[in-house]
Design a protein around this ligand. Sequence first.
Ligand code: 4NP
Length: 168
Amino acid sequence: MATGNIIDDLKGRNEISILFVCLGNICRSPAAEGIMQSVVDKAGQSHRFRLDSAGTYGGHAGELPDSRMRQCAFQHGYRLEHRSRQVRSTDLEEFDLIVAMDNTNYDNLRRMAPTVEDERKVVRMIDFCTDHDHYTYIPDPYYEGMAGFHIVIELLEDACQGLFDALK
Ligand code: 4NP
């Protein structure tokens, strides 16, 4: 895993805030937030984690997740009710960890970071997958069919469990 340093710093801490980020904040990152919430709830660790999500593009601000994403997540046992919002540079100061869904999000977030310390907080979601080593990022399902949404859920379940295990 290429993200060892910041994760080692956070490991075992009593309170950890995590912001999941994609482009529109209506497909991948709200699903990541919902799945991670389920992982920490099931582990009895919800008191330790503050979770949120945002998008680098603000055009969907205020919207619920895409109906295809909500339907697919529901079939996998998750109810997604986050309202989309655009990421702000203060998020990079305020959150302990910023998790990017793809490499464009990752590059944009690192550029937004006000300090080198804040830049270190930006990591890639795919690096926490342990069962899916043929993917190099969480693919954008927006222009895909339903199969693309199911793949996103599968990758995010793997990555959320990997992230949680890394922070235990
Ligand atoms: P997301 O998917 O980044 O996973 O939320 C997208 C949502 C909206 C658009 C692109 C991707 N869009 O172009 O509006």
